[in-house]
Design a binder for this molecule. Structure first.
Ligand SMILES: Nc1nc2c(c(=O)[nH]1)N[C@H]1C(S)=C(S)[C@@H](COP(=O)(O)O)O[C@H]1N2
Ligand SMILES: [Mo]
Length: 337
């Protein structure tokens, strides 16, 4: 019955995931040895890993609340009614069993594997062009911030979408805490690296750790949200506990999970996906139904947990809040890039 419920978007997924990325990667490797060093890989190895993870998934529990989190008392946080939506919230079970988290496998059924991630103790480093570098314990950080709940749309570049009640705090508050120097223009973020718990990180042809970047103006935008919880409780590991980003006007890959580091810099960061496929996953990556991904249309999206396909909106429906950030940029190419 689950299989049937997943069919609508698994069609889309087959267009968009590993084989093509993998083939692309091979093309890329022929042109450059920059990122891969002496890595050897085989398609057979890659496939058996996927088969293993899918088998795992068939026995998994869909519960997301077994883990006792030390910040449990902060949930549910008060909802900020400014971020209400016209769409229904995606069913938690659907959302919690269909995740993109390459550290735990290059397909969507990683929720069981992700339970191996130890989210305490967890330290977040703030470094680079800041007044003073800091190492923050996650619980002190979360308790120092003011948590609220917001309903956000989420649009993956693979043309599926969902709606999530995230809990977290404004990215702007972290930027203020960091006290960036005047030369800082961008923030690079980094995910944990530990191939003992995240077997995907043994796939050495990927440029681990996962990184992403935003401009300081983007980080200061009211929508940029650092997420600590979902569905009224501390976030389940597969969502990117204990701290992930939500940038709802950008394709989902910008919303980096399980962050351990924020580096303030004057250089535009080159993200994990941009290193792998720069023609497909650019820096800005704003949702734009008019600009095709090189391999498929972005005009519509399949809504997870339903049979609906709906038109995608410019900036994923958040043009009022963010369009001004990009008025200097050219229309098609750069809106996607
Ligand atoms: N560290 C890390 N962050 C990540 C990813 C990933 O593979 N690793 N996948 C990205 C992509 S492509 C999407 S669509 C979203 C998926 O978030 P979800 O599983 O909560 O839907 O996480 C993003 N953040
Ligand atoms: Mo995605």
């Amino acid at each position: 019955m689950l299989i049937k419920a997943f069919r609508p978007w698994s069609v889309k997924e087959s267009l968009a995931t590993d084989e093509q990325i993998y083939m692309n990667r091979r093309k890329f490797m022929r042109g450059s040895s920059l990122l891969i060093g002496g890595a050897t890989l085989s398609l057979a190895g890659c496939n058996s890993e996927v088969a293993h993870d899918v088998a795992d998934d068939m026995t998994q529990s869909t519960s997301t609340s077994d883990y006792k989190d030390p910040t449990m008392d902060l949930y549910p946080a008060k909802r900020n009614e400014a971020y209400k939506l016209e769409r229904a919230v995606t069913d938690e079970t659907v959302n919690a069993t269909y995740n993109n988290f390459y550290e735990f496998g290059s397909h969507k059924h990683i929720s069981k594997a992700a339970q191996a991630l130890q989210t305490r103790p967890w330290t977040v480093k703030i470094d680079g062009l800041v007044e003073e570098e800091m190492e923050l314990d996650i619980d002190s950080l979360i308790r120092a911030m003011s948590l609220e709940e917001r309903l956000y749309r989420h649009r993956c570049v693979e043309a599926w979408s969902m709606t999530i009640p995230w809990t977290g705090f404004a990215f702007a508050d972290l930027v203020k805490k960091a006290k960036p120097l005047s030369g800082a223009k961008y923030i690079q973020m980094e995910t944990f690296q530990d191939s003992q718990v995240a077997s995907g990180q043994k796939q050495s042809w990927y440029p681990w750790p996962y990184t992403e970047g935003v401009s300081i103006e983007e980080a200061m935008n009211e929508l940029a949200f650092l997420v600590t919880g979902a569905y009224g409780k501390p976030m389940a590991k597969q969502f990117g506990a204990p701290l992930r980003l939500a940038l709802p006007w950008k394709y989902g890959f910008k919303s980096i999970k399980s962050i351990v580091r924020f580096t303030f810099t004057d250089q535009r960061p080159v993200s994990f996906w941009e290193q792998l496929a720069p023609k497909e996953y650019g820096f800005w990556a704003n949702v734009n139904p008019e600009v095709r991904h090189p391999r498929w249309s972005q005009a519509n999206e399949t809504v997870l947990g339903t049979d609906d396909t709906i038109p995608t909106q410019m900036y994923n429906g958040y043009a009022d809040q963010v369009a001004h950030l990009y008025k200097e940029l050219g229309k098609t190419e750069i809106l996607f890039r």
